[in-house]
Design a protein around this ligand. Structure first.
Ligand code: PLP
Length: 542
């Protein structure tokens, strides 16, 4: 049995316990395990108010509301509870379960730990209120619940886990619980796999030993003593040190991570997406008709060349109209289905640089007047003031360009908005600051719907881009340089091809399916992980 631990899981649009790429990836992996009949189980936390629900004022000011949802309508509460000690107090943990049913009926359970019980004191209850909110101590309590509580939950439910897959270092404290249990660090190391998901230094959390001792029970203090000789515990280092296999989430990300942690051996397994969840209905029908067996194995999409051009375009226009209707309803703006539509949706945060396309408003107007329209979406983390000012900047652009280049910002980017956008736009734009995009997965979702990317060569696009074949690249560099390269590409290649060479455009659309969707899916990903997991299982069972 393989246990995936993650701070967030995005497995169902109605379970808002995710923030972005990490959670959705974990959800996609668990869905694929269910489809393929693999022995997986997921562990995460139950957030009663989810991450955040985003409202935007006319100036693009973000207002944050709690997600309004009833866990009991989506998850099953188990009778079993566990107890552990946090901050010197006995803590009762309730367990919720969601069963992921695969396409042949195989079930993968996900357990969500919950401390929001009247028996627990206020700061412990707070830990399962909202995802990634709260101070450092609250974060450590959450990570203790996930790592240590998670292992205890699986044990109390009778699981025999061969491999613990630590998805992002938030879950690394499970190593402490395993060391306490097994008293053999070599054996612990044979059971753990660590995947790191971000090159941002702030993503590699550190805790001082004083705080650790305050939060963790006494039985872990001697272990801490040996793990933290210099008084600071770096969660990623902990995970790298005690995992038999560690990987980054794209080739480029592995190079960057090796520079940050030169003392560890770091492989890469490039991310993917769950094909059935991210292919719109019209494209599912097309694939059903032209690519036998693609649902069971999306790698067969390499055969998508057979798809009829007219049917491909009709399917795309249906998806585009659905997005346009949604935009009309939610933003009150009527977009034109015949105009080249660019999509940009990701977490609104500094390095993702959503504003690059608006860097030179006059040039954008000159290039795009009557020929371009843009659809944005993305939430900013509540204390990410940089990200919030980015949204306001885009709103300023919306007002300045008015009817020359129509731009809309869809509120509350979530899985459902993502599904509409990745299928309904014509081009998927990505302009991250180079080397900071670990992988990016939304472009892979777009590829499943025949939507090519126009992106800086970073993350997965280094592997996925064949210039002019699967989409287009934008030059790396500072904001201005990146913007100029983007404008040049739009003006000289993308716009003329879209309006002037439909046959070529359709071939690019097909190529995104043939060369990108066939490869950047979680079927291929889980097959790569299984080779690693099977090797470890072989070692620990003999
Ligand atoms: C896919 C997805 C993401 C991650 O997209 P990136 O390309 O990695 O930025 C974030 N949020 C939602 C809602 C998604 O569906």
């Amino acid at each position: 049995m393989i246990a995936i631990f993650a701070m967030e899981v995005g497995v169902d649009p109605d379970i808002p316990t995710y923030c972005g790429g990490l959670g959705i990836l974990v959800g996609d992996i668990l869905k694929t395990a269910a489809d393929m009949g693999l022995p997986f189980v997921g562990v995460s936390l139950m957030y009663h108010e989810g991450y955040l629900k985003q409202k935007l004022t006319d100036d693009g000011e973000q207002i944050e509301l709690p997600e309004d949802w009833q866990p009991a309508t989506k998850l099953q509460r188990l009778d079993k509870r566990i107890q552990l000690k946090i901050c010197g107090e006995p803590v009762v943990v309730e367990i919720w379960c969601y069963y992921v049913r695969g396409m042949t009926g195989h079930v993968v359970p996900i357990y969500f730990l919950d401390t929001n019980l009247s028996k627990n004191s206020e700061h412990i209850r707070e830990a399962t209120r909202r995802l990634y909110l709260g101070d450092k101590k609250c974060r450590l309590i959450q990570e203790t619940l996930l790592g240590i509580g998670g292992v205890k939950v699986l044990r109390s439910l009778g699981y025999n886990i061969d491999v613990y897959h630590i998805n992002e270092s938030h879950a690394a404290l499970l190593i402490l619980e395993l060391i306490r249990e097994l008293r053999d660090t070599k054996l612990v190391r044979k059971k753990c796999v660590f995947t790191t998901h971000t090159p941002l230094p702030t993503g590699h959390e550190e805790y001082g030993v004083a705080l650790l001792k305050e939060v963790l029970a006494e039985e872990y203090h001697p272990i801490l003593q040996t793990l933290v000789p210099d008084g600071v515990l770096n969660m990623s280092r902990l995970a790298f040190t005690y995992s038999a296999y560690t990987n980054a989430v794209s080739k480029r990300h592995a190079e960057v991570t090796r520079e940050m942690f030169p003392e560890f051996k770091i492989d890469h397994i490039t991310n993917g997406v769950h094909s059935l969840s991210w292919t719109c209905d019209e494209f599912k029908s097309l694939f059903d008709r032209y690519v036998t067996g693609w649902r069971e194995d999306p790698r067969r999409l390499v055969d998508a060349d057979r798809i009829d051009n007219d049917k491909l375009w009709t399917a795309h226009m249906e998806a585009k109209k659905r997005l346009i209707d949604f935009v009309h309803k939610s933003c009150g703006v009527k977009l034109n289905p015949n105009v080249l539509t660019i999509g940009f949706a990701r977490r609104a945060t500094g390095y993702k640089r959503a504003y690059v396309v608006l860097e030179d408003i006059n040039r954008l107007r000159a290039i795009g007047k009557g020929k371009l329209q843009l659809v944005f979406a993305g939430k900013a983390y509540p204390t990410d003031y940089d990200g919030k000012s980015m949204i306001r900047k885009i709103y300023k652009g919306i007002h300045e360009l008015k009817d020359d280049v129509k731009i809309v910002y869809i509120e509350n980017y979530d899985m459902e908005v993502a599904q509409l956008m990745v299928a309904g736009v014509d081009v998927w734009l990505n302009t991250p600051r180079p080397r900071l995009e670990a992988s990016g997965t939304s472009g892979m979702k777009a590829a499943h719907n025949g939507v090519p990317s126009l992106s800086v060569l970073d993350g997965w696009w280094v592997e996925g881009c064949i210039e002019g074949v699967t989409g287009w690249s934008i030059e790396d560099g500072d904001d201005r340089r990146c913007a100029n390269s983007l404008y040049d590409k739009l003006e000289n290649v993308v716009i003329p091809t879209f309006y002037g060479n439909r046959a070529k455009w359709l071939q690019v659309m097909k190529n995104t399916i043939i060369r990108n969707a066939s490869q950047f899916n979680t079927h291929r990903l889980i097959t790569e992980y299984m080779m690693v997991f099977d090797r470890l299982r072989g070692q620990t069972s003999t």
